[in-house]
Design a protein around this ligand. Sequence first.
Ligand code: FPP
Length: 247
Amino acid sequence: MLFKRKEKYTLDMNRIPAHIAFIMDGNGRWAKKRKMPRTYGHHEGTKTIRNLALEANNLGVKAMTVYAFSTENFKREQSEVEYIFKLPKEFFSLYFQELMDNNVRIMTIGHLELAPQETQDIINDAINKTKDNTGLKLVFAFIYGGRDEIVEATKAICEEYKEGKIDLDNITEDYFESHLMTKELPPVDLMIRSSGECRLSNFLLWQLSYAEFIFDDAYWPDFNAEKLHECIWKYQNRDRRYGGVKK
Ligand code: FPP
């Protein structure tokens, strides 16, 4: 089918973005509006991840990366940090089977090794069980920071140079990219941040160089499949020139 109609946004199924990255913002404000603790917002936010992953998978999106915990999020109250680290258990106990049945592959970028052992085990179990799935790659950026990722890649390349494995001429953009945590993923076409904030917050700094950005006012727990269609529709109506000139 060439076009798929959903609500008022008609999508060109031949130009679905390969990789969509989400900054899931506004969980705290969503909860506060309802006089609930911030953690309730995070809890509701996991439903949005499930809904969008299934919809993205149906649309043929190859990868969806969600910013679940940044290197800076450790500055939050300990109780909130502990709560977020418990969310994978809840998320996978509720949604693992459905994601598996839909051929979704779970992956992570970031420093999962810094999470509590139980959190690591739960996420690694989901990664292992879904490693042969060929549908959407659902990537959790967990204890992730864009600057840190660039520094890590630089260090790895310096080691190779020091050991005489490469020359300076080998260090191209493609070579650098092959040392990033996202090396198995397609380039990011579209970055969506919820809650109306307009900043990158140290997310995928290299990878977003040529992505289209959409800042949507909805708080993350309210961001739904229709919003996803709206964003893809906006993306498809943009003119991507990659520094060139429109023909
Ligand atoms: C931002 O809202 C959201 C977060 C810091 C992370 C929430 C994480 C999840 C929903 C996913 C958990 C991970 C897995 C693996 C299921 P905010 O608290 O900054 O909102 P505010 O700006 O309104 O305060």
